[in-house]
Design a protein around this ligand. Structure first.
Ligand SMILES: [Zn+2]
Ligand SMILES: [Zn+2]
Length: 230
């Protein structure tokens, strides 16, 4: 068994991160462009009271925009960043974090970074090559930085994907742990990490649910009879 560098569960052959962790990272990369829109909308002050407003004796006027949001949306350094060793202190803009990891990935893959897509800076690129990242030695470090980024963004936008539990058990591990996270393309099992497309889930559900419902009815009837007899 090769332990996942992120969660220590079995990562699977020739991988450094397990399927479940890969799925979480892919979810974050898909969430970033959506959160970007909300971040831009919360840039102007007024979404919450400005700090120090009301006579703290400040000698200068506060910025007309939120500093924490500005930091997140801020531009990155123009050239290759190479901060994948984590030697830069302080909160990093979204672009800087993604650029650094995209740069690392491109170097590993031995090609040049593609031109930037301003709406989803490098998130698409990272998602496209995530299969390589989950076999790289630095995956846990990338996971930590993305987790921190997403946490900072969600704090500002007060928006995070909600999970809706589904009723059929997992076809792989039989746990009742299947669910769908907003914005996600797949249904996932929280217990074993198995992923299903919505179509696969519906097919599976159509097969397993009628017998399960029948068992449920029989159990309820047996319970009812037992209560009547006592
Ligand atoms: Zn893992
Ligand atoms: Zn499962």
């Amino acid at each position: 068994m090769t332990p996942c560098l992120i969660c220590t569960h079995d990562a699977g052959p020739s991988r450094t991160a397990c399927v479940r962790c890969e799925h979480r990272i892919r979810g974050w990369l898909g969430e970033l462009p959506r959160q970007h829109v909300l971040l831009v909308a919360s840039l102007e002050l007024g979404t919450r009271p400005a700090q120090g407003f009301g006579g703290t004796g400040r000698a200068h006027s506060p910025l007309p925009v939120r500093g924490d949001v500005l930091t997140l949306l801020g531009p990155a350094a123009p050239g290759p960043v190479h901060d994948t060793l984590g030697d830069q202190g302080g909160p990093q803009p979204i672009h800087a974090v993604l650029h650094a990891w995209a740069d690392q990935l491109a170097e590993d893959l031995g090609h040049l970074l593609p031109p930037i897509n301003p709406r989803a800076p490098y998130a698409d690129y990272l998602a496209r090559h995530l299969g390589h990242a989950v076999r790289a030695s630095w995956i846990a470090h990338m996971h930590t930085e993305l987790a921190d980024l997403i946490r900072r963004i969600r704090t500002v936008t007060s928006t995070e994907p909600r999970r809706r539990a589904l009723d059929a058990p997992c076809p792989h591990c039989q746990a009742f742990a299947l669910g769908h996270l907003d914005w996600d393309t797949h249904i996932d099992c929280e217990a074993c990490g198995r992923l299903l497309t919505p179509d696969e889930y519906e097919t599976h559900r159509a097969v397993v649910m009628p017998p399960l419902a029948r068992i449920g009815v029989l159990m309820a009837a047996a319970q009812h009879l037992a209560q009547e007899a006592s």
